[in-house]
Structure formats: C-alpha cells, structure tokens
Design a protein around this ligand. Structure first.
Ligand code: F6R
Ligand code: ZN
Length: 185
C-alpha cells in the first residue's frame, strides 16, 4: 500500500451526491438487458424511454489491498412490470471480501446469495447497516416512492464479477403484489 494522504468528502444524504474526488457511474434500463423477470414489459419500456435506474458516486482510492473503497448508490423509484428497479448485482472477483451497506434514505431491499444456492434478503431503511459476508453476491432494489440511497464500503482490491448474475440471475426477486413489495423465491 502506497502512502496516501488523509482526505474527506461530503455526502448529501438526500441526493447521494458526493463531493470530489468521486467518479459517477450511471446505469440505464438498456444496461440491464435480460435481468428483469418480465421481458415483454422490459422491451416495451425500452421502446418508449431509457430511464436512469441508478447512479453510483464512487470515492476514488487506489485499487489495492489495504485501502477501502466506498460509494453511494442512488436507485430511483420505478418498476419494470411489477418488479422494482434494481442494481445489476455481483460477486466480488476476490470472493473472500466482505462489504457493508448503510441506508441513508428511502426504502429498499438488499438481496444476497451464495453460489451453492443459499439466499437472504434484508429490508433497508435509513440507519440500517447490513453486513455482506465474503462469498455472497449482492443486489439492491428500491421498493419505495422516493430515491433509495445507501453508502457501501469494501476492500478496494475486491473487484466486481457480474458474469454469474448475467448468466443465472438472482434467486430472489422483489415484486409489487397488492400494492406492496413481496419477496419471492
Ligand atoms: C461495490 C458494491 C456497490 C455496487 C453499486 C452498484 O462492491 O457492491 O458499490 O457496485 O451499488 O451495483 P452493481 O455494481 O451491482 O451495478
Ligand atoms: Zn460489492
């Protein structure tokens, strides 16, 4: 680990915006091809618009062991069919690395699963801080009517592995049933 100078950023809990040095990553509907359950609803929505599903504001540090990377993620409210907007979801490339997500605003779920088929869902509301253990893939979604904002911290060298999720998807889904979010297997 190279010597790095201490620094601070300011996080706006309402918008998730982070002051520099942050890198912004925007994910639109078209970036999540094949991931939503209702593919007809997906294609229909995409033929009309290509909304931003979420923004990630990453606080930049060297991607090396010893450093901690962190970011805010803002998932906007919305659904594809009956399924709430979600993140792509991933395993870490170095699978034995954990992560902590702390909810700052809104209402959502953190879905987690292992390669051998176990799964867990944690309801996220402001002040809830969830621990994602090593080896657990993770995806978040917004099941409320306002932006869902959370702050995540993970080992900076962990990396992202999206392939397994793009291939097999997530075990659990959260859909609107009778006007309320329901976690389905
Ligand atoms: C980092 C992490 C989060 C996500 C972000 C977007 O390890 O878990 O910063 O990267 O919430 O989700 P993905 O990366 O799945 O599109
Ligand atoms: Zn992660």
């Amino acid at each position: 680990t190279k010597l790095t100078f201490p620094f601070k950023v300011d996080i706006d809990f309402a918008t998730g915006h982070v002051t520099a040095p942050a890198k912004v990553l925007t994910r639109r509907l078209s970036d999540l091809q094949g991931l939503f359950m209702d593919s007809a609803a997906y294609e229909q929505m995409l033929s009309r618009e290509n909304p931003v599903l979420y923004d990630v504001y990453e606080i930049q540090v060297p991607e090396e062991a010893g450093h901690l990377a962190s970011c805010t993620t803002v998932i906007y409210p919305g659904k594809v069919g009956k399924e709430y907007f979600f993140t792509k979801g991933h395993f870490h490339t170095i699978e034995e690395t954990a992560e902590i997500y702390t909810c700052l605003r809104g209402e959502g779920y953190l879905l987690m699963m292992t390669r051998d088929g176990r799964s867990r869902a944690i309801k996220m509301t402001p002040g809830v801080s969830a621990y994602i253990p090593p080896y657990w893939a993770h995806r978040t979604l917004n099941c409320g009517g306002e932006p869902f904002v959370f702050y995540g911290v993970w080992p900076a060298d962990a990396g992202h592995d999206y392939a397994a999720i793009l291939d097999k998807g997530f075990k659990q889904r959260v859909m609107e049933v009778d006007g309320k979010p329901a976690v389905t297997e």
